[in-house]
Design a protein around this ligand. Structure first.
Ligand code: EPZ
Length: 427
């Protein structure tokens, strides 16, 4: 397994370009199952999760060519509507093939994703919505077996109220509804920009989707064969952008332009960074982050969009480790998303965990150490901590990082960081 070594102590300076959004590309790749013909995705990041999704689509019978930043998908000779455990266990988002498969082919067999490091992450809301659309669902030996009405018939439009906003739950049902008979109304939807982006693509395909990006979405389904392939450039990755914003702010003197970021997708983060004393300004399609004086401790509670993103909690917590006053970070979305904390304690962080809350006392400084990555965003937070420590930090098991950050050592190196990948390091 690879490791990344970083020797910090000097502030980042320069310009970094943001890649396409992983969490937009994944559902949009799954949407290609809704039609035949060749679809073209542009501005797709070169990431493990993209490769995993491509492998899954091939397994389902699609021809997929990944040539980042482009991906071409078209129908293969046959379809096998089955997503095996071996692929789904690598990436929970594989569950996003469930809605398109059962809507298009009348049946699907998809492995239950199982939990992951950050939590149990059930899919009960996905299944409840599909049942409301006439789907027969049964769970068998770790798989979801889904069948359209009357033994594989067409889904029916329905009214579905989510018990809580779920990003991939909203996306799965939007795709299922795009081929269902009649109108579907989804209430209490996730409002993330990536959901809105999927709505744009489904409309490009010929579906009628209104309200994507708000908490109520109306979808009028098309008949089989009426949805068209599409050509679409993916929006920038707001979480990658936010990660570089925190990296820029971790040391006094940081001055970084994050190119291609959409600041209005990051308003909650920007407000908290400004409250902490970081200068954040927009310059056209870019965000400029400057760190001059000391950081103030700022309290944060994660929430569904447009609240503070759970995917930015670990990165912001590292920033607070170097603040001059206390901060309280509360994680409300996942039940186990503080696995970066024990590693940060080994780097000199002063953090006390109490259930889903971390009380962070600013430390004089952070120290380099050998640390273990546990999940995608925790890995990024350890790299940021390494940038603050004057000596060397080695982050192991960086395959977590490679799932969601394209060429991170190259991009950070371009900002002046002393960082390198060590191939095949002990894990
Ligand atoms: C998406 O995951 C993202 N992944 C996650 O990003 C992100 O952390 C998460 O949304 C929250 O913003 C992709 O978009 C591929 P949820 P998702 O369903 O859809 C509970 C990253 O770092 N829930 O919105 O799986 C669930 O347990 C990843 O890029 C149910 O109870 O998250 C959680 O507590 C990590 N039942 C909450 O809802 C359900 O049926 C939000 O989960 C579905 C979800």
């Amino acid at each position: 397994m690879d490791a990344i070594r970083v020797r910090g102590g000097k502030p980042l300076k320069g310009t970094v370009k943001i890649s396409g959004a992983k969490n937009a590309a994944l559902p949009i790749l799954c949407a290609t199952l809704l039609s035949d013909g060749q679809s073209r995705l542009r501005n797709v990041p070169a990431l493990r999760d993209i490769d995993t999704t491509a492998a899954l689509l091939r397994f389902l019978g699609r021809n997929v060519r990944v040539n980042a930043p482009e991906v071409h998908v078209d129908a293969g000779s046959d379809v096998r509507p089955e997503a095996p455990y071996e692929l789904v266990k690598q990436m929970r988002a594989s569950v996003l093939v469930l809605g398109p498969l059962v809507a298009r082919f009348g049946r699907a067999k998809v492995s239950l994703p199982g939990g992951c490091a950050i939590g149990a992450r059930p899919i009960d809301q996905h299944l409840k919505g599909l049942e409301a659309m006439g789907c027969k669902i049964r769970l068998e030996r770790g798989y979801v077996i889904a069948e359209g009405p009357n033994g594989g018939g067409r889904l029916r439009g329905a009214e579905v109220a989510f018990d809580l906003p779920t990003v991939t739950g909203t996306e799965n049902l939007m795709m299922a509804a795009a081929l269902a008979k009649g109108q579907t109304t989804l209430v209490n939807c996730a409002r993330e920009p990536e959901v809105e982006e999927l709505g744009r693509v489904l409309n490009k395909m010929g579906a009628t989707v209104d309200g994507a990006g708000t908490d109520v979405i109306h979808i009028r389904g098309k008949d089989q064969g009426e949805l068209e392939p599409f050509d679409h450039a993916i929006i920038p990755d707001r979480i990658e952008a936010g990660t570089y914003m925190c990296a820029a702010a971790i040391l006094p003197g940081g001055d970084v332009i994050i190119e291609g970021a959409e600041i209005h997708d990051l308003e909650a983060l920007v407000m908290k960074m400004r409250a902490a004393g970081v200068e954040v300004a927009t310059e056209g399609q870019s965000i400029r982050v400057r760190r001059n004086g000391p950081l103030r401790g700022v309290n944060v509670t994660t929430a569904p969009h447009p609240g503070f993103p759970t995917d930015m909690q670990a990165q912001f917590l590292v920033l607070m480790c170097t603040a001059a006053s206390e901060s309280v970070i509360t994680e409300t979305i996942f039940e186990n998303r503080f696995m970066h904390v024990p590693e940060l304690l080994r780097m000199g962080g002063n953090i006390a965990l109490r259930g889903n809350t971390a009380v962070v006392d600013g430390a004089e400084r952070l120290y380099g150490a050998s640390v273990m990555a546990t999940d995608l965003r925790a890995s990024a937070s350890l790299i940021i901590a390494g940038l603050a420590a004057e000596d060397e930090t080695e982050v192991r098991r960086v395959y977590h990082l490679d799932r969601g950050y394209e060429r991170i050592e190259e991009k950070l190196g371009g900002l002046g960081a002393t960082i390198a990948r060590v191939r095949g390091a002990e894990s």
